[in-house]
Design a protein around this ligand. Structure first.
Ligand code: NAD
Length: 300
Protein backbone atom coordinates (compact mmCIF):
# COMPACT_ATOMS: atom_id res chain seq x y z
CA UNK A 1 0.00 0.00 0.00
CA UNK A 2 1.91 3.03 -1.18
CA UNK A 3 -0.75 5.74 -1.27
CA UNK A 4 -1.64 7.28 2.08
CA UNK A 5 -3.14 10.57 0.88
CA UNK A 6 -6.91 10.84 1.23
CA UNK A 7 -7.21 7.93 3.66
CA UNK A 8 -8.75 8.22 7.12
CA UNK A 9 -6.57 7.22 10.06
CA UNK A 10 -7.50 6.41 13.66
CA UNK A 11 -4.60 6.90 16.07
CA UNK A 12 -4.99 5.84 19.70
CA UNK A 13 -2.88 7.64 22.26
CA UNK A 14 -2.75 10.27 19.52
CA UNK A 15 -2.70 13.29 21.81
CA UNK A 16 0.90 12.87 23.00
CA UNK A 17 4.24 11.33 22.20
CA UNK A 18 4.55 8.73 19.45
CA UNK A 19 0.85 8.95 18.53
CA UNK A 20 0.96 12.72 18.13
CA UNK A 21 4.06 12.39 15.95
CA UNK A 22 2.26 9.84 13.75
CA UNK A 23 -0.88 12.03 13.56
CA UNK A 24 1.18 15.01 12.44
CA UNK A 25 3.02 12.97 9.81
CA UNK A 26 -0.24 11.52 8.47
CA UNK A 27 -1.78 15.00 8.15
CA UNK A 28 1.30 16.13 6.24
CA UNK A 29 0.67 13.21 3.84
CA UNK A 30 -2.88 14.43 3.20
CA UNK A 31 -4.72 11.97 5.44
CA UNK A 32 -7.75 12.70 7.60
CA UNK A 33 -6.87 11.83 11.18
CA UNK A 34 -8.79 11.03 14.35
CA UNK A 35 -6.74 11.28 17.52
CA UNK A 36 -8.31 9.09 20.20
CA UNK A 37 -7.03 9.56 23.71
CA UNK A 38 -8.12 9.26 27.31
CA UNK A 39 -6.61 12.66 28.22
CA UNK A 40 -9.12 15.35 27.22
CA UNK A 41 -6.77 18.28 27.97
CA UNK A 42 -4.08 16.69 25.80
CA UNK A 43 -6.55 16.25 22.93
CA UNK A 44 -7.43 19.95 23.07
CA UNK A 45 -3.75 20.94 23.20
CA UNK A 46 -2.96 18.60 20.29
CA UNK A 47 -5.78 19.97 18.13
CA UNK A 48 -4.50 23.51 18.72
CA UNK A 49 -0.96 22.46 17.92
CA UNK A 50 -1.90 20.60 14.74
CA UNK A 51 -4.20 23.37 13.50
CA UNK A 52 -5.63 21.35 10.64
CA UNK A 53 -9.18 21.02 9.39
CA UNK A 54 -8.70 17.33 8.64
CA UNK A 55 -8.12 16.28 12.24
CA UNK A 56 -10.66 15.53 14.94
CA UNK A 57 -10.28 14.53 18.57
CA UNK A 58 -12.22 11.80 20.30
CA UNK A 59 -12.08 10.99 23.98
CA UNK A 60 -11.66 7.26 24.37
CA UNK A 61 -10.44 4.77 26.92
CA UNK A 62 -9.21 2.01 24.62
CA UNK A 63 -9.86 -0.64 27.25
CA UNK A 64 -13.64 -0.12 26.89
CA UNK A 65 -15.24 -2.17 24.10
CA UNK A 66 -18.46 -0.14 24.12
CA UNK A 67 -16.70 3.23 24.09
CA UNK A 68 -14.46 1.99 21.26
CA UNK A 69 -17.40 1.13 19.02
CA UNK A 70 -19.05 4.51 19.73
CA UNK A 71 -15.81 6.36 18.95
CA UNK A 72 -15.47 4.42 15.69
CA UNK A 73 -19.03 5.35 14.67
CA UNK A 74 -18.42 9.05 15.42
CA UNK A 75 -15.15 9.16 13.51
CA UNK A 76 -16.42 7.29 10.45
CA UNK A 77 -19.52 9.54 10.33
CA UNK A 78 -17.31 12.62 10.32
CA UNK A 79 -14.16 11.58 8.45
CA UNK A 80 -15.27 8.62 6.35
CA UNK A 81 -14.22 4.95 6.48
CA UNK A 82 -11.08 4.28 8.48
CA UNK A 83 -8.46 2.36 6.51
CA UNK A 84 -5.39 3.17 8.63
CA UNK A 85 -5.50 1.99 12.23
CA UNK A 86 -2.75 2.83 14.71
CA UNK A 87 -3.15 0.90 17.96
CA UNK A 88 -0.64 2.98 19.82
CA UNK A 89 -2.01 3.96 23.26
CA UNK A 90 0.07 2.48 26.02
CA UNK A 91 0.99 2.84 29.68
CA UNK A 92 3.91 1.55 31.67
CA UNK A 93 4.41 0.44 35.22
CA UNK A 94 8.05 0.14 36.17
CA UNK A 95 7.91 -2.72 38.65
CA UNK A 96 8.53 -6.46 38.80
CA UNK A 97 5.86 -9.13 38.39
CA UNK A 98 6.37 -10.53 41.90
CA UNK A 99 5.70 -7.04 43.24
CA UNK A 100 2.50 -6.56 41.21
CA UNK A 101 -1.18 -6.86 42.12
CA UNK A 102 -4.26 -7.88 40.11
CA UNK A 103 -5.10 -4.18 39.73
CA UNK A 104 -1.69 -3.64 38.13
CA UNK A 105 -2.30 -6.53 35.72
CA UNK A 106 -5.84 -5.38 34.89
CA UNK A 107 -4.70 -1.83 34.12
CA UNK A 108 -1.77 -2.70 31.85
CA UNK A 109 -3.45 -5.64 30.12
CA UNK A 110 -6.56 -3.45 29.68
CA UNK A 111 -4.73 -0.66 27.87
CA UNK A 112 -1.71 -2.30 26.21
CA UNK A 113 -3.28 -5.59 25.13
CA UNK A 114 -7.08 -5.27 25.26
CA UNK A 115 -6.76 -1.78 23.75
CA UNK A 116 -5.16 -3.39 20.70
CA UNK A 117 -7.67 -6.25 20.67
CA UNK A 118 -10.54 -3.74 20.87
CA UNK A 119 -9.06 -1.69 18.04
CA UNK A 120 -8.71 -4.76 15.85
CA UNK A 121 -12.12 -6.19 16.75
CA UNK A 122 -13.86 -2.85 16.18
CA UNK A 123 -12.17 -1.74 13.00
CA UNK A 124 -10.91 -4.78 11.10
CA UNK A 125 -14.38 -6.09 10.15
CA UNK A 126 -15.24 -2.56 8.96
CA UNK A 127 -11.98 -2.31 6.99
CA UNK A 128 -12.67 -5.65 5.30
CA UNK A 129 -16.23 -4.57 4.48
CA UNK A 130 -15.12 -1.17 3.08
CA UNK A 131 -12.81 -2.98 0.65
CA UNK A 132 -10.31 -0.12 0.57
CA UNK A 133 -7.34 -2.18 1.73
CA UNK A 134 -5.31 -0.28 4.28
CA UNK A 135 -2.97 -0.95 7.15
CA UNK A 136 -2.98 -1.78 10.86
CA UNK A 137 0.06 -0.62 12.83
CA UNK A 138 0.40 -1.79 16.42
CA UNK A 139 2.88 -0.03 18.67
CA UNK A 140 4.77 -2.68 20.61
CA UNK A 141 8.29 -1.89 21.81
CA UNK A 142 11.78 -3.39 21.91
CA UNK A 143 10.26 -4.75 25.14
CA UNK A 144 8.42 -7.22 22.87
CA UNK A 145 11.83 -8.92 22.48
CA UNK A 146 14.00 -7.84 25.41
CA UNK A 147 12.94 -8.51 29.00
CA UNK A 148 14.16 -7.51 32.39
CA UNK A 149 12.82 -8.08 35.89
CA UNK A 150 11.03 -4.74 35.57
CA UNK A 151 8.81 -3.80 33.84
CA UNK A 152 7.44 -7.34 33.84
CA UNK A 153 3.77 -6.73 33.07
CA UNK A 154 4.72 -4.29 30.31
CA UNK A 155 6.97 -6.98 28.79
CA UNK A 156 4.07 -9.44 28.96
CA UNK A 157 1.71 -7.10 27.13
CA UNK A 158 4.20 -6.23 24.40
CA UNK A 159 5.14 -9.88 23.78
CA UNK A 160 1.40 -10.54 23.39
CA UNK A 161 1.00 -7.66 20.94
CA UNK A 162 3.82 -9.20 18.92
CA UNK A 163 2.01 -12.54 18.60
CA UNK A 164 -1.29 -10.85 17.81
CA UNK A 165 0.30 -8.64 15.16
CA UNK A 166 2.19 -11.36 13.32
CA UNK A 167 -0.82 -13.67 13.23
CA UNK A 168 -3.08 -10.83 12.08
CA UNK A 169 -0.65 -10.00 9.28
CA UNK A 170 -1.18 -13.42 7.71
CA UNK A 171 -4.95 -13.43 8.05
CA UNK A 172 -5.37 -9.91 6.63
CA UNK A 173 -3.00 -10.21 3.67
CA UNK A 174 -5.66 -11.88 1.46
CA UNK A 175 -7.89 -8.85 2.15
CA UNK A 176 -5.26 -6.41 0.95
CA UNK A 177 -4.69 -5.07 4.45
CA UNK A 178 -1.12 -4.86 5.75
CA UNK A 179 -0.01 -5.16 9.37
CA UNK A 180 3.10 -3.74 11.00
CA UNK A 181 4.48 -3.74 14.50
CA UNK A 182 6.35 -0.67 15.65
CA UNK A 183 9.16 -1.51 18.08
CA UNK A 184 10.72 1.65 19.47
CA UNK A 185 13.46 1.94 22.04
CA UNK A 186 13.56 5.04 24.20
CA UNK A 187 11.36 7.90 22.93
CA UNK A 188 11.04 11.45 24.19
CA UNK A 189 7.45 11.12 25.50
CA UNK A 190 5.36 11.27 28.67
CA UNK A 191 5.02 7.55 29.25
CA UNK A 192 6.87 7.97 32.56
CA UNK A 193 3.75 9.86 33.76
CA UNK A 194 1.38 6.94 33.14
CA UNK A 195 0.40 6.81 36.83
CA UNK A 196 -1.53 10.07 36.35
CA UNK A 197 -4.14 8.32 34.18
CA UNK A 198 -4.56 5.10 36.10
CA UNK A 199 -8.33 4.65 36.63
CA UNK A 200 -9.49 5.08 40.25
CA UNK A 201 -11.14 1.65 40.15
CA UNK A 202 -7.69 0.06 39.64
CA UNK A 203 -5.85 1.98 42.34
CA UNK A 204 -6.99 -0.14 45.30
CA UNK A 205 -3.93 -2.37 45.50
CA UNK A 206 -1.51 -0.04 43.71
CA UNK A 207 1.71 0.94 45.42
CA UNK A 208 2.26 4.61 46.23
CA UNK A 209 3.82 6.43 43.30
CA UNK A 210 7.55 6.87 43.83
CA UNK A 211 7.88 10.48 42.67
CA UNK A 212 11.68 10.43 42.79
CA UNK A 213 11.74 7.37 40.50
CA UNK A 214 9.26 9.01 38.11
CA UNK A 215 11.41 12.16 38.02
CA UNK A 216 14.46 10.02 37.13
CA UNK A 217 12.43 8.35 34.37
CA UNK A 218 11.55 11.78 33.02
CA UNK A 219 15.25 12.60 32.69
CA UNK A 220 15.83 9.27 30.96
CA UNK A 221 13.07 9.91 28.43
CA UNK A 222 14.55 13.34 27.67
CA UNK A 223 17.29 11.41 25.86
CA UNK A 224 14.70 9.54 23.81
CA UNK A 225 14.21 9.73 20.06
CA UNK A 226 11.95 12.54 18.84
CA UNK A 227 8.45 11.25 17.94
CA UNK A 228 8.73 12.96 14.54
CA UNK A 229 11.71 10.77 13.64
CA UNK A 230 9.81 7.60 14.59
CA UNK A 231 6.73 8.77 12.72
CA UNK A 232 8.70 9.27 9.50
CA UNK A 233 10.28 5.81 9.84
CA UNK A 234 6.87 4.29 10.57
CA UNK A 235 5.14 5.74 7.52
CA UNK A 236 8.05 4.71 5.30
CA UNK A 237 7.77 1.12 6.59
CA UNK A 238 4.00 1.09 6.07
CA UNK A 239 4.41 2.26 2.49
CA UNK A 240 6.88 -0.59 1.97
CA UNK A 241 4.56 -3.01 3.83
CA UNK A 242 7.30 -4.04 6.27
CA UNK A 243 6.17 -5.94 9.36
CA UNK A 244 8.90 -5.11 11.87
CA UNK A 245 9.48 -1.40 12.31
CA UNK A 246 12.72 -1.15 14.23
CA UNK A 247 12.97 2.61 14.61
CA UNK A 248 16.07 2.37 16.83
CA UNK A 249 18.95 0.69 14.93
CA UNK A 250 21.10 0.64 18.10
CA UNK A 251 19.26 -2.54 19.21
CA UNK A 252 20.37 -4.73 16.31
CA UNK A 253 23.43 -6.27 17.99
CA UNK A 254 21.64 -6.93 21.27
CA UNK A 255 18.78 -8.65 19.49
CA UNK A 256 21.26 -10.86 17.62
CA UNK A 257 22.96 -11.71 20.93
CA UNK A 258 19.60 -12.69 22.50
CA UNK A 259 18.44 -14.70 19.46
CA UNK A 260 21.79 -16.54 19.43
CA UNK A 261 21.35 -17.39 23.12
CA UNK A 262 17.90 -18.79 22.35
CA UNK A 263 19.21 -20.93 19.46
CA UNK A 264 22.08 -22.17 21.62
CA UNK A 265 19.49 -23.76 23.92
CA UNK A 266 18.62 -26.41 21.31
CA UNK A 267 20.15 -29.84 22.02
CA UNK A 268 20.95 -32.75 19.71
CA UNK A 269 18.88 -35.37 21.58
CA UNK A 270 18.82 -38.99 20.37
CA UNK A 271 15.92 -39.69 18.00
CA UNK A 272 12.63 -40.44 19.83
CA UNK A 273 10.03 -42.88 18.41
CA UNK A 274 7.58 -40.25 17.11
CA UNK A 275 10.13 -38.12 15.27
CA UNK A 276 9.67 -39.42 11.73
CA UNK A 277 5.87 -38.86 11.75
CA UNK A 278 6.23 -35.47 13.42
CA UNK A 279 8.68 -34.31 10.82
CA UNK A 280 6.10 -34.93 8.07
CA UNK A 281 3.49 -32.88 9.98
CA UNK A 282 5.97 -30.09 10.70
CA UNK A 283 7.08 -30.01 7.07
CA UNK A 284 3.51 -29.16 6.05
CA UNK A 285 3.14 -26.54 8.78
CA UNK A 286 6.52 -25.03 7.96
CA UNK A 287 5.67 -24.78 4.25
CA UNK A 288 2.36 -23.11 5.05
CA UNK A 289 4.01 -20.60 7.43
CA UNK A 290 6.61 -19.79 4.78
CA UNK A 291 3.90 -19.27 2.19
CA UNK A 292 1.94 -17.00 4.56
CA UNK A 293 5.06 -14.85 5.00
CA UNK A 294 5.58 -14.67 1.25
CA UNK A 295 1.94 -13.72 0.59
CA UNK A 296 2.05 -11.00 3.27
CA UNK A 297 5.33 -9.62 1.90
CA UNK A 298 3.97 -9.56 -1.65
CA UNK A 299 1.11 -7.29 -0.62
CA UNK A 300 3.29 -4.17 -0.87
N1 NAD B 1 8.33 6.28 25.28
C1 NAD B 1 9.05 5.22 25.05
O1 NAD B 1 10.24 5.19 25.38
C2 NAD B 1 8.44 4.02 24.37
C3 NAD B 1 9.28 2.98 23.99
C4 NAD B 1 8.74 1.87 23.36
C5 NAD B 1 7.39 1.80 23.11
N2 NAD B 1 6.59 2.84 23.50
C6 NAD B 1 5.15 2.70 23.22
O2 NAD B 1 4.71 3.80 22.48
C7 NAD B 1 3.29 3.95 22.67
C8 NAD B 1 2.95 5.40 22.90
O3 NAD B 1 3.50 5.82 24.13
P1 NAD B 1 4.30 7.17 24.31
O4 NAD B 1 5.70 6.81 24.65
O5 NAD B 1 4.06 8.06 23.17
O6 NAD B 1 3.66 7.69 25.67
P2 NAD B 1 2.79 9.00 26.00
O7 NAD B 1 2.37 8.81 27.41
O8 NAD B 1 3.55 10.23 25.65
O9 NAD B 1 1.56 8.85 25.03
C9 NAD B 1 0.64 7.81 25.19
C10 NAD B 1 -0.75 8.36 25.03
O10 NAD B 1 -1.66 7.28 25.26
C11 NAD B 1 -2.75 7.80 26.01
N3 NAD B 1 -3.42 6.73 26.75
C12 NAD B 1 -3.00 6.09 27.86
N4 NAD B 1 -3.94 5.22 28.28
C13 NAD B 1 -4.97 5.33 27.41
C14 NAD B 1 -6.23 4.69 27.31
N5 NAD B 1 -6.64 3.80 28.24
N6 NAD B 1 -7.03 5.00 26.28
C15 NAD B 1 -6.65 5.93 25.36
N7 NAD B 1 -5.47 6.58 25.41
C16 NAD B 1 -4.65 6.28 26.43
C17 NAD B 1 -2.12 8.82 26.95
O11 NAD B 1 -3.08 9.75 27.44
C18 NAD B 1 -1.08 9.47 26.04
O12 NAD B 1 -1.59 10.59 25.38
C19 NAD B 1 2.93 3.03 23.84
O13 NAD B 1 2.29 1.87 23.35
C20 NAD B 1 4.27 2.69 24.44
O14 NAD B 1 4.24 1.46 25.11
C21 NAD B 1 7.08 3.94 24.11
Amino acid sequence: MTELAGRTAFVTGGANGVGLGIARALLAEGCKVAIADVREDSIEAALKLLENQHVMGVKLDVSSREAYAEAADRVEAELGPVSLLFNNAGVNLFQTIDDSSYDDWDWLLGVNLHGVINGVTTFVPRMKAHGLGGHVCNTASMAAFLCNGAPGIYNTTKFAVRGLSESLRYSLAPHGIGVSMLCPGLVKTYIYASDAIRPDALKGTAKDVNTEFVSNLEKLHEAGMEPEVIAARTLEAIRQNRFYIFSHPEFRDELREVFDEVLDEFRDYPEDPGLADRLKIEAGRRASYKQAREVARALG
